[in-house]
Design a protein around this ligand. Structure first.
Ligand code: FES
Length: 151
């Protein structure tokens, strides 16, 4: 456990139960997931039951209890994207990366997720890698997109 890093995060807050979500956000941003040992300390310091922390951590999609890859690839399978091949696109990305949807590659470079809607339905099918949008993605464009993020 990286206690110094955690203390740096906790030190920016008042230590109140109301700080829970912002503290979890900072831990997520810093570690790329919510490590178990760190959550135990957060529970003590904010005086929030661990069960409540896990309930928050599993409710919000922005939190992950498992380490995520360096790049997070989100493929939209919302209604519009689904109708335009979103699911097939997600499977194609998974095939290219050699990972199932919801999982992280062995080299920790990519996590592949599907999402309900990325808010760009007019450009369906849509996918994102980190903060970059890719619009009207066809299966044949996948290798070129992925290549930009490979080590
Ligand atoms: S359904 Fe895919 S961006 Fe809205």
């Amino acid at each position: 456990m990286d206690l110094e890093r955690l203390e740096g995060i906790l030190g920016r807050f008042d230590g109140l139960p109301a700080d829970l979500i912002p503290v979890l956000q900072e831990i997520q941003d810093s570690y790329n997931y919510l490590p178990k040992e760190e959550l135990n300390i957060v529970a003590q310091r904010l005086n929030v039951p661990l069960s409540q922390i896990y309930s928050v951590a599993t409710f919000f999609k922005m939190f992950s209890l498992l380490p995520k890859g360096k790049h997070v690839c989100r493929v939209c399978v919302g209604t519009t994207c689904h109708l335009k091949g979103g699911q097939r696109l997600a499977e194609s990305v998974g095939h290219r990366l050699g990972v199932d949807i919801g999982y992280t590659t062995k080299d920790m470079n990519f996590t592949l997720e599907t999402v309900g809607c990325l808010g760009s339905c007019a450009q369906a099918p849509v996918m994102m890698i980190d903060d970059t949008y890719f619009a009207r993605v066809t299966v044949d464009k996948v290798p070129k997109i992925i290549k930009q993020y490979q080590k």
